[in-house]
Design a protein around this ligand. Structure first.
Ligand SMILES: [Zn+2]
Ligand SMILES: [Zn+2]
Length: 335
């Protein structure tokens, strides 16, 4: 095992470019495992942190909370076991949220790639209790988007109740996974994209959506909706599209201001709610579902050093499916 420094992409200050460099090898504390990173998904939240839209990140910071890798040190998993590190990195276990199955709301929670160093690096350490064992079969890069896009999508899908006709606003990394989970549950998916985004609409149809078109269109009444795009104006739009008793779930960590809207849009026992973070139980639930009905992830792969490019393309809405950094070092050339 190497003991030298670790190659990483580092955020020195919000609003500045990630710098490729070497960081000191993270120290392994009791209860932690050391993981050699194979791939790390690039999430819209990474972009919000990088751009300074989320307060008080650890600095300097290694971003990345959709980490897939192999355990190389620590006692809780077999050596070499493949695990995932999600956003929820640690909780207090004592507060009223932690004690009632809502550890996602813990005030003292620590988050991977935000208040803890994450996976835009060759190695990372993580609390073993929050690492998720992963299914065999798919490659590291195919699994990476499940660790946040999939998990938040799964939690949002549960929060949408039993909506048979489900609208997904913003058809990116999360929605392309949720569309498949929802399909396996016998729901009909309606995918709403930016006007003219033929690529996302085509992907939605490929993945089984009953309909795909522009936000603002009303193909038929919906029973529930999930908003993944960070655009506040989609809230009244989605409320108008769901029938009485329907739930609209906001799944993003950041959203532009929601414009005021007439009370009729909420009347009729419509529910508007957000989902925040995830619990370990969501993690186990998602991977149980995926082992039963595998989902296909559509990924665009970038080398670790091109993290900025991946974030730029995500910002521009130019990623089809999910962006993933391929981190695993290439084997050294034979001598
Ligand atoms: Zn707590
Ligand atoms: Zn995320």
């Amino acid at each position: 095992m190497s003991t030298g420094p670790v190659r990483a992409m580092v955020l020195e200050a919000p609003g500045t470019e990630l710098q490729e460099g070497e960081i000191r090898r993270p120290e392994l504390r009791p209860g932690q495992v050391r993981i050699r990173v194979g791939a790390c998904g690039v999430c819209r939240t990474d972009l919000h942190i990088r751009d300074g839209e989320l307060p008080d990140p650890k600095l300097p910071l290694v971003l990345g909370h959709q980490v897939v890798g192999n355990v190389i040190e620590g006692n809780d998993f077999a050596d070499g076991a493949r695990v995932g590190i999600p956003w929820l990195g640690w909780t207090c276990g004592e507060c009223r949220y932690c004690r009632t199955g809502r550890e996602n709301l813990c005030d003292r929670a620590r988050f991977t790639g935000y208040t803890l160093d994450g996976g835009y690096a060759e190695e990372v350490v993580a609390d073993a209790r929050y690492c998720l064992p992963l299914p065999d079969g798919p490659s590291d890069e195919e699994l990476a988007p499940l660790l946040c896009a999939g998990l938040i999508g799964y939690r949002a899908l549960r929060a949408s109740g039993d909506a048979k006709r489900l609208g997904l606003y913003g058809f990116g990394a999360s929605a392309h996974i949720v569309a498949q989970l929802a399909g396996h549950e016998g729901r009909r998916v309606f995918a709403f994209t930016r006007p003219g985004d033929e690529t996302a609409q085509a992907l939605a149809r490929e993945l089984g959506a009953a309909w795909a078109g522009a936000a603002g269109e009303r193909p038929e009444e919906l029973d529930g909706a999930i908003i993944f795009a960070p655009a506040g104006e989609l809230v009244p739009e989605a409320l108008a599209a769901v029938g009485k008793g329907g739930t609209v779930v906001c799944a993003g960590i950041h959203m532009t201001a929601i414009p005021s809207f007439p009370y009729e849009l909420l009347w009729g026992e419509r529910v508007l709610r957000s989902v925040a973070n995830l619990t370990r139980s969501d993690g186990h639930g998602l991977f149980r579902a995926v082992r039963e009905h595998p989902v296909r992830t559509s990924v665009e792969v970038f080398p670790l050093a091109e993290a900025e490019l991946a974030l730029d393309r995500l910002r521009a809405g130019a990623i089809r499916g999910a962006a993933v950094l391929l981190v695993a070092a290439q084997p050294p050339p034979a001598t």
